[in-house]
Write a protein that binds this ligand. Sequence first.
Ligand SMILES: [Fe+2]
Length: 278
Amino acid sequence: MLKEAFNYRLITPAIGAEFLNFSCLSSSKKRGEALRKVLIDRKVLVFRNQELKPLDFLEFMRIFGEPYAEDLTPQDDNPPEVGVIKIRPNERQTINFWHMDYSFTERPARILALHAQDIPPCGGDTLFTNLEAAYEGLDDETREQIDGLSGNHKMDVETQNAKNRWTRKELEEMEKAPPLQHPLVCTNPANKKKFLFVNVPIFCGSISEMQNYEGSQLLARLYHHAQRPEYSFRLTWEKNTIVVWENDHCLHYPVSDYYPHERKLLRVAIKGERRPAR
Ligand SMILES: [Fe+2]
């Protein structure tokens, strides 16, 4: 029913909906409600040919919740809720690994969205994987093994990416703070499905209830499991593509293969909630 009303195609069986002939400019309450349902089901929404101004992009994103001023610096007189991810010519993009944004914060962004402004002639794709599908794909033995365990989420402040993004003072404060614990298996309140809450080792490197080595081995296994092609898809950007995804139920991988070309994306983040105990 929803599929017909919106005219979208499934990108893979596990994840993604690509909308055809859709304008993000015209949104009504009813339409917003239906879009939110598709997002819960498909995890990633792709809208092509959206020639929107930054303020219109921000307005569209209000359908999904409350945008907040995030850590990216706004540019071009954009409001603080619209961040810019800009890779200049001859600059290399340093994030090229599967990850979830902000899992080391109290309220990881629930939804993220990007609007492609300038893209390289080719390359710079982004991959997304569905953590509910990843949980479903686990064998019974692993499900039993991880039930009741919690990952320790804390950013490794020694990485180049962290140093590029935060000030020395901010990094010192992050380093002092204790890790945040999130259950490895969570239940999505919107659809009652269980999902694997894992992240890249530099954001989540140990398990509270296990010895360091043993915990990091298990996390590495789960992290690699989540990346299977059966749970993911690869998005090729076009100018004016908008992608909206459930940050806390997905991992994403921005491919850094377009050097020395430039790329500019606008980003809006929607506030999340403290993860429920289990
Ligand atoms: Fe990211």
